[in-house]
Design a protein. Structure first.
Lengths: 383, 159
């Protein structure tokens, strides 16, 4: 047996009536291997210290050892719930560096898959948040619908969770012939279920009582912490990269940016963050419908993929609106086939850093809800 | 506001602290600044009415080809919707520069990450400890000459 090191805990400065407690790392309510060191006074949270890194594999070191193309499967494993979206900013940045313009059909397929993946991500977010609050039925409904999206992704890419589908300059393969009908049937089903979930969960009195006025995040604090995505919009700020700096073909679609309005409590509480996700699913449905109507099934998705990926020495920071917020890749190339440095700006990593700020003064049970409302994925926090 | 305009404004405000612009299309242009005045420069960028860089997208530590270090700030303005890249160069031995966590709270974890992976020290940071690796890990994994430790708490590390 190896000799164990004694670990000294610094409890000297803590008054006797306060208690330190570990939440996680092995607990379903932490949504992965996250450990929160919580200081409690009775049942009131007085301090939260997140300890992360249990899933750390130094993605950025791997990136310096392999070619640009080989990196894409590793990017899937950052935010493994929305892999399609995660791949996009990376391939977009590489296309800018290599000066490639991808065909229209590729852009449309990317938009449709990114929006469907956004729906799938928000379904998980709302479903698990419901479980945190004690509502189990919406979880089953939402996972049943998510299965349809995953089946479509599987037909196109071969993977159910980790797709490795986007390529620098195109896609790894064409979509199945029934693509358009599948998309429209998914949209129809998602709308039906979301209507039910709105009644069953979102406006449920117990749920409202649990989540309204809990974990309030003001917009200025959110910006200072670099928070993005539905969390920022839940605080009442209509900021979305798809509108603010439209990348790809997002300027062709008509959609709104839902924001938190404090309908049942204060602007920026857990309920607002959650309802923003529900409304965003509807906006994604609208984008998918428009894209399906505009898209042509004719064309090749492989024609602009370069044979040799060897960008000139340069650097770029490319970002896109992920379901969870802004995901950015800072790529430095040195003229060889292997990147010099790839830094991933993890959305969940930044969003999680705000938790000590918004959870002080609430009950221990509310802390679980606050954590659920942030919607983190530990693969992206720890990288 | 474009990067070159911001560069002119910064040079008028800070003079010799603003060293140069660099980068080329299709990549990003950046502004190189002196690391010692980074906090003042960042405060100016955040608070000036024309800049309003209230949102820090990302902070990255980089090791250059000549083994020196650099810290790169990707800034964005939510209200004015423009962006800028600020770069500071650091020496190979004992790289350190002042923290900007008082300017953007977002920098707190990013700086800890740069310290954890590259060993860049941010002076004045309230909690300069490792974040992703275990607290008692040795070495800085993202350095180009990094050799992993052979054993960790009695467990052999294969590579």
């Amino acid at each position: 047996m190896a000799e164990r090191k004694t670990i000294e805990l610094g409890y000297e400065g803590v008054p006797t009536d306060r208690m330190r407690m570990n939440v996680g790392p092995q607990h379903p309510s932490t949504h992965g291997v996250l450990r929160l060191e919580v200081e409690l006074e009775g049942e009131i949270v007085t301090d939260v210290i997140p300890h992360i890194g249990y899933l750390h594999r130094c993605f950025e070191k791997y990136a310096e050892k392999m070619t640009y193309l080989q990196l894409i499967p590793y990017i899937d494993r950052l935010d493994y719930i929305s892999s399609m979206n995660s791949e996009w900013p990376y391939v977009m940045g590489m296309e800018k560096l290599l000066d490639i313009t991808v065909p229209e059909k590729v852009e449309y397929i990317r938009v449709i898959f990114a929006e469907l993946n956004r729906i799938a991500n928000h379904q998980i977010a709302v479903a698990t948040f419901g479980i945190d609050a004690g509502a189990f039925t919406p979880f089953l409904f939402l996972f049943r619908d998510r299965e349809m999206i995953i089946t479509l992704f599987e037909a196109a890419s071969g993977g159910r969770l980790l797709y490795n589908y986007f390529r620098i300059g195109g896609l790894s393969g064409d979509v199945p012939p029934t693509f358009k009908e599948d998309c429209l049937s998914i949209v129809k089903q998602v709308r039906n279920t979301n209507k039910e979930v709105m009644d069953l969960l979102i406006y449920n009195k117990i749920f409202v009582e649990r989540t309204a006025n809990v974990g309030i995040l003001p917009a200025d604090v959110a910006i200072n912490y670099g928070v993005s995505g539905p969390m920022l919009r839940g605080s009442g700020l209509d900021f979305d990269l798809r509108k603010a700096e439209p990348y790809s073909i997002y300027d062709r679609f008509d959609f709104n940016i839902p924001v938190g309005k404090g309908e049942v409590g204060t602007v920026g509480d857990c309920w607002d963050r959650n309802v923003v996700r529900m409304y965003e699913m509807e906006e994604s449905c609208r984008i998918v419908e428009q894209a399906v109507a505009q898209m042509s099934m004719e064309g090749d998705v492989l024609e602009t993929i370069p044979k040799k990926i060897r960008p000139k020495a340069n650097e770029i920071y490319c970002r896109a609106e992920n379901p969870k917020g802004e995901l950015g890749f800072y790529i430095i190339s040195d003229g060889t086939a292997i990147p010099w440095r790839v830094k991933a700006r993890g959305t969940s990593f930044v969003n999680l850093s705000v938790i000590p700020e918004i959870s002080k003064g609430y009950m221990m049970a509310d802390l679980i809800l606050i954590l659920g409302s942030i919607d983190i994925v530990l693969g992206e926090v720890d990288r | 506001m474009e990067t070159l305009e911001i560069f002119d404004r910064l040079q008028a405000e800070f003079g010799a602290e603003i060293i140069d612009t660099g980068g080329a299309a299709p990549g990003d242009l950046f502004i190189s600044v002196n690391p010692e005045r980074i906090v003042d420069i960042c405060l100016y960028l955040r608070d000036s009415a024309e800049m309003k860089f209230d949102y820090m997208s990302s902070l990255s530590g980089v090791q250059n080809k000549d083994n020196s270090f650099a810290v790169v700030y990707h800034l964005y303005s939510v209200s004015l919707k423009h962006r800028v890249v600020i770069k500071t160069g650091l020496a190979e031995e004992n790289p350190k520069l002042p923290t900007v966590e008082r300017v953007w709270k977002c920098a707190d974890w990013h700086e800890r990450e740069a310290f954890d992976l590259l060993g860049i020290e941010f002076e004045g940071h309230h909690n300069m400890i490792r974040i992703l690796n275990p607290y008692d890990w040795e070495g800085f994994p993202l350095r180009k000459d990094y050799q992993g430790q052979e054993e960790y708490h009695g467990v052999r590390i294969p590579y």
